[in-house]
Design a binder for this molecule. Structure first.
Ligand SMILES: [Zn+2]
Length: 235
């Protein structure tokens, strides 16, 4: 068989294998599996983020508790001073009152912040629980899908391997230079080989210059399409 004919038959087999590979990648079961896997990964990230935020909240709560204790102690000390040394005049009494007010106000605003954080932490915990429930449901689904898809995938890979092998067989006697040219064109033009159709390139359907056509008529087996770069053959 001539090189050009072998190349043409190789291309048929090569394209069939490529088509199957694309089909496998797009198979509904594979996509469903991928969708669930992506979802699980997203949820894991979300849970990690919640955990980090809750940890930060707990740290802040500890700081607030210490601050409240400190201000309570200061308040007690102030009261003790007041009992030991009652204010002698109105000015001193007002100063005491202001100090006490400041401490009480500080404690109140810390307590407010603590309540807000506790509320937020509770919200976070609820969100985390919801995620956990959804997560285990999707994971169970994912595991089942995965087992079901494993067999399908093995079959698909076997079929693809057969097609790749068939293409390889058809291509084994093709001149390596010609094969290299095929692979190079394939990177930007698929399929890389086209037949001559009514004086046009069978790939891009652009008319070929007369001089090129004359080359074909005078025995050239293979020419290049100036528009798309494909190899044009005449069988
Ligand atoms: Zn072309």
């Amino acid at each position: 068989m001539e090189q050009i004919e072998m190349l043409w038959e190789f291309q048929q087999a090569d394209m069939e294998a490529d088509t199957l590979e694309t089909e496998i990648k797009r198979s509904p079961n594979r996509l469903a599996l991928k969708k669930n896997r992506d979802f699980l990964l997203e949820q894991q990230t979300a849970v990690r983020q919640i955990e980090e935020e809750v940890a930060q909240m707990l740290d802040r709560v500890d700081i607030i508790k210490d601050a409240i204790l400190l201000q309570q102690e200061q308040l007690k000390a102030l009261q003790a001073r007041l009992e030991e040394n009652p204010p002698a005049n109105l000015e001193e009494a007002q100063a005491f009152a202001q100090d006490a007010q400041r401490l009480v106000g500080g404690i109140q605003s810390y307590e407010q912040e603590m309540r807000r954080i506790q509320q937020e932490a509770a919200d976070h915990e609820r969100a985390q629980k919801e995620i956990t429930v959804k997560f285990s449901r999707v994971r169970a689904e994912y595991e089942t899908q995965k087992i079901a898809y494993e067999d399908e995938y093995k079959e698909q890979m076997k079929a693809l391997e057969d097609k790749r092998h068939a293409a390889q067989e058809k291509g084994k006697d093709i001149d390596p230079n010609l094969m290299e040219r095929y692979q190079t064109i394939k990177k930007h033009c698929v399929p890389p080989v086209a037949k001559l159709v009514d004086g046009q390139c069978g790939g891009c359907y652009m008319g070929l210059p007369q001089v090129t056509l004359r080359n074909l008529k005078s025995g050239a087996k293979l020419i290049e399409c100036e528009s798309c770069g494909r190899m044009i053959i005449q069988l």
